[in-house]
Design a protein around this ligand. Sequence first.
Ligand code: NDP
Ligand code: ZN
Length: 360
Amino acid sequence: MSYPEKFSGFQAPSAEKWLEFKKGSWEPRPFGDNDVDIKIECCGVCASDVHTVRGDWGEVPYPLAVGHEVVGKVLRVGPKVTLAKVGQRVGVGAQVYSCLDCRHCKNNNETYCLDQVNAYGAPYPGTDYTTQGGYSSHARIHEYWVYPIPDSLASSDAAPMMCAGVTVYSPLRRFGAGPGTKVGVVGIGGLGHYAIMFAKALGAEVWAISRSRAKEADARQMGADGFLATSEEGWNEPHKMTFNLIISTASSFDGFQLSQYLSLLDVHGRFNLVGLPGGDGLKVSTFDFITNSCFIGASNLGSRREVLEMLDLAAAKGIKSWVKEIPISKEGIQKAIEELENSSVRYRSCLVAYDEAFEA
Ligand code: NDP
Ligand code: ZN
């Protein structure tokens, strides 16, 4: 395989033209002893990519290649690397650095390390490099954030698990989804479809909570035991105080029915947000908590340990991602973004055909 001096990718060029993805190239950061160079094969399209390039979360260091659901082949490893081998098929997600030394890092909480670095748009410690994501030819990643992919998982099925999958797997595991628990999933998109499948695989009773009935048949096929449509008057009434855990993957707070969602929770039940709409966020009232003493919180991605555990579970249980492959190009990326913005994606787009796009 050829080995480039520069990496190239489809970058959002500016705030005004954020949808006009343009091929650009850049010099990777210096190759470190623990680094792994990866030739990217495919990359999922996450709503976080859209929030970022659209500017929902603040200033963006354009030009920027986003994408943090990567699968590819290892081209080269640094002399101290023990966690990856040349030729191996590996994944990379939304985090690419933390100190690996603080209490949080040592407790499998590296996603909460004060020094954690995102896969794109972030300054990389000790360099003047701004991280670039997976809508690109190659990635240079510290081995700790490089995960071997089980043979039984196809690359484009495994790629979206690197962010969407582990972001819901982590709170499901941490907050006890399992036999005898009832779990709700708000928002049936990329993250939501994994939340249904993983909660089911962990043994919980799972209910999909969507804005309409359009996704009901799909959600049931994914394993949902029940389905609630929030457009229906009084939808929450028969289910009040029956859920142990609700994971919200909603990517917008327009018409978000927080009080109604919280009313579903049993005493001390937990509402965990993983969806990250920009803007002013949510308004909460003490009265939303007083009837059931419920908790509300949020979580960020998942640890290396959780990624490996999730991949094992997916392989063991034959969990199959619902993925639509799209050849990577400006138009392909625009199409994937449009389908995220209008919630029509079923249920994750994955950019493929990198060889053609990058003339490997
Ligand atoms: P998708 O667009 O695929 O799914 C989001 C779903 O949310 C939609 O399909 C829709 O489901 C639901 N939804 C959208 N708007 C609303 C609304 N106003 N009220 C209620 N539900 C709504 O996006 P992803 O799954 O890729 O990402 C979801 C969110 O998670 C994004 O905000 C993303 O940035 C965030 N994220 C957070 C991470 C973390 O670490 N915390 C990591 C990765 C992503 P339906 O049609 O069923 O109602
Ligand atoms: Zn993501």
